[in-house]
Write a protein that binds this ligand. Structure first.
Ligand code: HDD
Length: 694
C-alpha cells in the first residue's frame, strides 16, 4: 500500500481490524518457486562455490555475489534493547465494550463499533536477547494501537508500580540490576550484590521489590498475567476537561504463576517456554484475551489519598478506586518474521492520540526523552517510524525529509512551513480537525532539583502488599528474598536490605533474616494493617482452559478410560500431549494406536500443568521400568500439580514415593468413569494444590 491509499482509507474513517495487516501485506516477500537473484535482481547461477583462480586457487575479489552475500550477513545484527531485550510479539484486535466519551475524545475509546488493530510485545527486563524466559523478573507488556488518529502506545509492565520515582535514577537502577560490568555475571538475574546494594540505598524501591520477589515475577504464561500502564495519565474530553487515569489489562484466564524450582528447571529444559506458549496458543486458536480496565480519578480528588498520584511507586488500591472494564484485546495472529516485527517494533509512552495526555510523574516525564533516543542507535537513524511494523495506518504528512534509510519519495519542492507554493500545506489541523492540543494545565514553581515531600513514604504500600498476600504467597516471598540475598556476597549489603525491609514488616524481616544470618530491626515497621484483596493471586479467575496435561502412556493402556478422560479434557479445553517411552505408536488394550509427541527423555513434568499416568496394568508396568517415570511424577508432585493415576497404575505412585494427597486423583479409589475425568479437570482448574505437604 502506498501512502496515498493509506491516507485515503484511514482518512475516510475506514479503519478496521485488518487495516494494519493489509498495510503489512505490501511488504511481505515470499521467495517460494523463484530463481535466486542478487539484491540487484540479477539471476545467480552458482551459490555454493566462490569464484576462484583455478580449482584449488585463491578466491577472486570480483565475485560480486560472494561479496554481497557475505557483507549482508556481516551486518545482520542490530543492538539489542538496553532493557527488555528478550521479547515476543503478536498481532491482535482491540474492541471497546463501553464508550469512554465522557472522559476522553480518543476515538478508539469512544466508538464501540470500532475494531482497532494492535501489536503487543511481552518481554523480560534484565536478560539479553538469548536469555531464558522463566527467570525471576518483571515482564514488559507493550501495546501499539494502530488508531485512525495515529499510533497510541501503552508501554507497561506486569506490575503496577516501579522501582524508582524519578527517571534521573533509571540508568543507575538498570546498571545495578544488569550483569555486573567487570565480568558480565549473572545473566538475567537480580540475585547479585549490585542490585541489592541499589535496593538498600534507594528505599523508594521497597514496594516494587516486594512485587519482584512475589509470584508475579514468575508468570505461567504471558496469557496469564496482568498489565499496567503504571503511571497516572490524563484523559481529556471534548470539552477539554481532564480526568486522571490508570490503565489495566486483566487476563481472561486469570493471573497464574510457576513455582521457583520449576522456573529454574524450565530455563534449561525449554528456555523459550513463555514464547512457545504464546505462539502455540495463537496457532491453535486459543487466542489470548485481556480485558482493558481504567481507574478514573477526577482532578478535584488529586490530593485525597495519603500518597501522591504522581509517584510511580504507588498504586491506587482497587478497593478505593475500582477498575472499570471497558474493552478487550484479543491476540489472534503470530508474526511472519521475528526480526521485522518483534525486534524492529519501537514503542514510546509519548505516542499519544487526542484525548490522552501525560501527568507530571517525573518518571514518565523522563521516559518521554529516552524512548526515541534509544531507537536512533537501535534502529539506525530517525526514519524508524517508516519501518512497516511501526507505520501508523493514519496518514503521515510533514516536512521531515531525508536521513538514513529514508523510504518515502516525497515529491515537489516544498519541505517547509509556512509556504505559499503548496498553499501552506501540509497545514496544522485545528482541534476540531483532530489536531493534538496539549492539556492546558497551569504550572507554577521554582526550578528545583528535589523530591516532593509527598513522595517520601517508601514503605506503607509495601506493607499493604505484604498484608494482602496469602500464607503461601508470603512463604514464596520470604524464600525469594532468602534465595536472592543468599547469592549476595557482601554481609553488609545483606544486613542493609534486612534493615530496609524491617521498615515494611517485622515478621517479614525476621523470616528473611533467619535464612541469611542477619538481624531484623524491631519497632521500625510502618504498622499499616490495611489489605487489598485484589493484590493476591489467590483471588484470581481459575480455569482449566488451555492448560497442558502430559499423558504417560505405554503399550496396553486402558482405552476405555483414556477415551473418557480425553472427552472430559476436550470439553474443558485442556490440551493433552502423549509422552511415551519412545516415539513408537502405542498400542491400547483393544489394539488402537496412539501417537506419542514426546518421550520421557525429551519431556519433563515442568513443561506441563498436570500429569496423567494412564490406566492399564501392562502400560504401568512398562512405564515403571524407566526411572524417569518416577522423576516425572515426583517433580509434578513437588510443584503442587494435579497428578492423575489410572486403573491398575497406583504402583507408579508408590514407586515414586508419593502418598495420597490433595490434587492426586486415583481412579482405583472410587473415582469411576466420568467422575475420574471430572476430578482431573477440577484439579487442573485449581492450578496448584498448596495444601499438599512437600
Ligand atoms: Fe522502559 C523499554 C516499560 C521506565 C527507558 N520499557 C521498555 C519496554 C517496556 C518498558 C515494556 C520494552 C518495549 C518493547 O517491547 O520494545 N519502562 C517501562 C515501564 C516503566 C519504564 C513500565 C516505568 C513505569 N524506561 C523507564 C524509564 C526509562 C526507560 C524511567 C528511562 C528514562 N525503556 C526505556 C528504554 C527502552 C525501554 C531504554 C529500551 C528499548 C526501548 O526503550 O525501546 O528507552
Amino acid at each position: 500500500m502506498n501512502d496515498k491509499d493509506n491516507q485515503s482509507s484511514a482518512a475516510n474513517g475506514n479503519l478496521h481490524e485488518d487495516s494494519k495487516d493489509q498495510q503489512l501485506e505490501e511488504y511481505r516477500v515470499n521467495n517460494d518457486g523463484q530463481k535466486l537473484t542478487t539484491n540487484q535482481g540479477l539471476r545467480v547461477s552458482e551459490d555454493e562455490f566462490s569464484l576462484k583462480a583455478g580449482l584449488r586457487g585463491p578466491t577472486l575479489m570480483e565475485d560480486f555475489h560472494f561479496r554481497e552475500k557475505m557483507t549482508h550477513f556481516d551486518h545482520e545484527r542490530i543492538p539489542e534493547r538496553i532493557v527488555h531485550a528478550r521479547g515476543f510479539g503478536a498481532h491482535g484486535t482491540f474492541e471497546l465494550y463501553k464508550s469512554l466519551a465522557p472522559y476522553t475524545k480518543a476515538k478508539f475509546l469512544n466508538d464501540t463499533s470500532l475494531k482497532t488493530p494492535v501489536f503487543v510485545r511481552f518481554s523480560t527486563v534484565a536478560g539479553s536477547r538469548g536469555s531464558s524466559d522463566t527467570v525471576r523478573d518483571v515482564r514488559g507488556f507493550s501495546t501499539k494501537f494502530y488508531t485512525e488518529e495515529g499510533n497510541y502506545d501503552l508501554v507497561g509492565n506486569n506490575m503496577p508500580v516501579f522501582f524508582i520515582q524519578d527517571a534521573m535514577k533509571f540508568p543507575d537502577f538498570i546498571h545495578a540490576v544488569k550483569p555486573e560490568p567487570h565480568n558480565e555475571i549473572p545473566q538475567a538475574a537480580s540475585a547479585h550484590d549490585t542490585f541489592w546494594d541499589f535496593v538498600s540505598a534507594n528505599t523508594e524501591s521497597a514496594h516494587m521489590v516486594m512485587w519482584a520477589m512475589s509470584d508475579r515475577s514468575l508468570p505461567r504464561s504471558f496469557r496469564m498475567m496482568e498489565g499496567f500502564g503504571v503511571h497516572t495519565f490524563r484523559l481529556v474530553n471534548e470539552q477539554g476537561v481532564g480526568t486522571f487515569v490508570k490503565f489495566h489489562w486483566k487476563p481472561v484466564l486469570g493471573v497464574h504463576s510457576l513455582v521457583w524450582d520449576e522456573t529454574q528447571k524450565i530455563a534449561g529444559k525449554d528456555p523459550d517456554f513463555n514464547r512457545r506458549d504464546l505462539w502455540e496458543a495463537i496457532e491453535t486458536g486459543n487466542y489470548p484475551e485481556f480485558e482493558f480496565g481504567v481507574q478514573l480519578l477526577s482532578e478535584e480528588d488529586e490530593f485525597k489519598f495519603d500518597f501522591d498520584i504522581l509517584d510511580a511507586t504507588k498504586l491506587w488500591p482497587e478497593e478505593l478506586v475500582p477498575v472499570q472494564i471497558i474493552g478487550k484485546m484479543t491476540l489472534n495472529r503470530n508474526t511472519d518474521n521475528f526480526f521485522a516485527e518483534t525486534e524492529q517494533v519501537a514503542f514510546h509512552p509519548g505516542h499519544l492520540v487526542p484525548g490522552i495526555d501525560f501527568s507530571n510523574d517525573p518518571l514518565l516525564q523522563g521516559r518521554l526523552f529516552s524512548y526515541t533516543d534509544t531507537q536512533l542507535s537501535r534502529l539506525g537513524g530517525p526514519n524508524f517510524a517508516e519501518i512497516p511494523i511501526n507505520r501508523p495506518v493514519a496518514p503521515v504528512n510533514n516536512n521531515q525529509r531525508d536521513g538514513m534509510h529514508r523510504m518515502t519519495i516525497n515529491t515537489g519542492p516544498v519541505s517547509y512551513h509556512k509556504n505559499t507554493i503548496a498553499g501552506n500545506s501540509p497545514a496544522p489541523a485545528s482541534e476540531k480537525e483532530g489536531g493534538y492540543a496539549h492539556y492546558a494545565e497551569k504550572v507554577e514553581g521554582r526550578k528545583v532539583q528535589a523530591r516532593s515531600d509527598s513522595f517520601k513514604d517508601h514503605f506503607s504500600q509495601a506493607t499493604l502488599f505484604w498484608n494482602s498476600m496469602s500464607d503461601v504467597e508470603k512463604e514464596h516471598i520470604v524464600n525469594a528474598f532468602r534465595f536472592e540475598l543468599g547469592k549476595v556476597k557482601s554481609k553488609e549489603i545483606r544486613q542493609n536490605v534486612v534493615d530496609v525491609f524491617s521498615q515494611v514488616d517485622e515478621v517479614l524481616a525476621e523470616r528473611i533474616a533467619a535464612g541469611i544470618n542477619a538481624q531484623a530491626k524491631k519497632g521500625v515497621a510502618t504498622g499499616v494493617t490495611a489489605k487489598s484483596p485484589a493484590l493476591s493471586q489467590m483471588n484470581t479467575i481459575k480455569s482449566a482452559k488451555t492448560r497442558k496435561a502430559a499423558l504417560l502412556m505405554a503399550d496396553g493402556y486402558n482405552e476405555a478410560e483414556v477415551k473418557s478422560v480425553l472427552t472430559s479434557m476436550q470439553a474443558a479445553g485442556v490440551t493433552p500431549e502423549i509422552v511415551g517411552l519412545d516415539l513408537t505408536p502405542i498400542r491400547g488394550d483393544k489394539g488402537t494406536l496412539a501417537e506419542p509427541v514426546h518421550t520421557l527423555l525429551n519431556a519433563d513434568s515442568v513443561l506441563f500443568d498436570a500429569v496423567y499416568a494412564v490406566g492399564g496394568k501392562a502400560s504401568a508396568d512398562a512405564l515403571k521400568t524407566d526411572s524417569k517415570t518416577g522423576n516425572f511424577l515426583r517433580e509434578a508432585f513437588q510443584h503442587y500439580k494435579t497428578i492423575a493415576i489410572g486403573t491398575d497404575a497406583t504402583e507408579l505412585l508408590q514407586a515414586a514415593g508419593i502418598a495420597p494427597s490433595p490434587g492426586v486423583v486415583i481412579h482405583d479409589t472410587g473415582a469411576e468413569g466420568d467422575k475420574f475425568g471430572k476430578a482431573i479437570i477440577d484439579g487442573i482448574q485449581e492450578s496448584r494444590h498448596w495444601a499438599r505437604k512437600i
